[in-house]
Design a protein. Structure first.
Length: 255
């Protein structure tokens, strides 16, 4: 279904602007914040992105008509003090909760900290960025993408094969996100995030910059941190980094 700002705006309270094409919705939101006073939440959506990006600057494949590429821009004061780990984990839960009614048979998982996983494939990601006096919550999602570039075919997936009502999904997602923001510091969603986690109990490789750490993922802390345990009996909480490998029993996960 064609994205429609009028339809989305009629279904929820966040002003939405829809573009046919943008280099990146997150980049547009950050540029907007640089040149405008951000006094309230607003969202920017593109049917396709020509330079979409995710964590660590990696490209996010964003074909037309089959995905959801959205950035929610909010005043920094509305989420202050910014806790990126909690905001990212909370947004992940909000995204899954918004999607589940549209995909009732789908089993969703999350990979710490920002990936949405379905059938051992990455279907979406979340990127929180702070800019000027605002914060951007970016979401990229493969809804029913049929084919992927060869370079990511073993990692990327989508939620289904049939078109869905993207306007309704956007409205549901924005409603969930706006309900999250006033109370995200409490971390009330962490038990739900842990329930969705694909890494807990698994041997994982955590990449932090140029450093890699390997350990068993034991728990998600109330602050959103990932706690790893090591063979010597010690454990450590990590607030930054990316799980780049998960040793799953099925051996189907592409990393």
């Amino acid at each position: 279904m064609t994205l429609s700002a009028a339809v989305i705006n009629a279904a929820q309270d966040v002003p939405v602007t829809v573009f046919a094409t943008l280099p990146s919705t997150n980049r547009y939101a950050k540029d907007f914040a640089q040149h405008h006073s951000v006094s309230g939440a607003q969202a920017f959506i593109a049917d396709t992105q020509t330079a979409g990006y995710g964590k660590r600057g990696r490209a996010f494949y964003s074909p037309s008509g089959s995905g959801l590429y959205l950035s929610l821009l909010v005043p920094a004061a509305s989420v202050a003090p910014l806790a990126p780990g909690l905001l990212t984990t909370g947004a992940a839960v909000a995204l899954v909760d918004a999607l589940q009614p549209f995909f009732p048979e789908t089993l969703f998982h999350v990979k710490w900290i920002n990936d949405i996983i379905v059938q051992d494939r990455k279907c979406g990601g979340i990127l929180v960025e702070q800019t000027h006096d605002a914060v951007v919550i970016g979401i990229g999602l493969n809804l029913f993408t049929a084919a992927f570039p060869e370079s990511i075919q073993d990692k990327a997936g989508s939620l289904g094969t049939l078109p869905v009502d993207r306007n309704a999904i956007v409205a549901a997602l924005l409603t969930q996100l706006m309900a999250l923001l006033p109370q995200y510091h409490t971390g009330h969603f962490i038990p739900r995030y842990a329930q969705l986690s694909m890494v807990l109990g698994q041997l994982v490789t955590l990449t932090i910059g140029q450093t890699q750490v390997q350990g068993v993922a034991r728990m998600i802390a109330p602050t959103g941190q990932l706690i790893l345990s090591f063979p010597d009996g010690t454990s450590q909480a990590f607030s930054a980094g990316e799980v780049t490998k998960v040793d799953l029993p099925t051996a189907n996960y592409g990393g």
